[in-house]
Design a protein around this ligand. Structure first.
Ligand SMILES: Nc1nc2c(c(=O)[nH]1)N[C@H]1C(S)=C(S)[C@@H](COP(=O)(O)O)O[C@H]1N2
Ligand SMILES: [Mo]
Length: 170
């Protein structure tokens, strides 16, 4: 019993050391002022139809941010909305499957379970500024809690789709 308690305590300390050492990025609320730019950057397709959204419409879901290093190079502050909040606001009748499509045709599928398990950030800005298409913009998906894992080559990096121009939630 005593040995077991010691083993457990050791495991807890080890976990703490590992999580401190890897320093996974954390997402938190942002104080930034939401964009007022309505020029369309995203096509959203739901059972209710197709709509075009600008940064203003996207950022109205509530801004969050995280400091992280993206494996494509950019290191700094990523600001945007939680994908969970975005679909709650724009696909009110719910969805079975989320499909994100990039300008280069790359596609990522996510389930409601995926969104419940991890905090996906639909990033609209890097270092406070909107992101041009030739720098992974206008929208990119990052998962701050997975930062270190994907930098180490974790297969979940395939979910970090950049250049997002269309989202289907149906
Ligand atoms: N828009 C877009 N996002 C993307 C990809 C892509 O081809 N296009 N490739 C994905 C895959 S498969 C991986 S492993 C990572 C890194 O892609 P890279 O190794 O081609 O840079 O980004 C992901 N995001
Ligand atoms: Mo990949």
């Amino acid at each position: 019993m005593r040995a077991r308690a010691v083993t457990l305590a050791g495991a807890l300390v080890a976990c703490l050391v590992v999580s401190t050492a890897t320093g996974a990025a954390e997402m938190h609320r942002s104080d930034a002022t939401p964009s007022a730019d309505d020029s369309p950057v995203l096509t959203l397709v739901t059972d209710a139809g197709r709509e075009r959204l600008g940064l203003a419409g996207i950022e109205s879901a509530g801004l969050h941010e995280a400091e992280l290093r993206h494996f494509e190079g950019p290191q700094g502050r990523f600001t945007g909305v939680r994908l969970r909040d975005f679909v709650a606001r724009h696909a009110r009748s719910g969805f079975e499957r989320l499909r994100l499509i990039a300008a280069d045709g790359y596609t990522v599928f996510l389930t409601p379970e995926d969104l419940a398990e991890r905090s996906y950030l639909l990033a609209t800005r890097f270092q406070g500024e909107p992101v041009p298409a030739d720098r992974l913009g206008p929208l990119m998906l990052v998962v701050p809690e997975d930062e270190q894992a994907v930098l180490a080559g974790d297969p979940s990096m395939t979910q970090w789709i950049w250049g997002i121009v269309e989202i289907h939630a149906r």
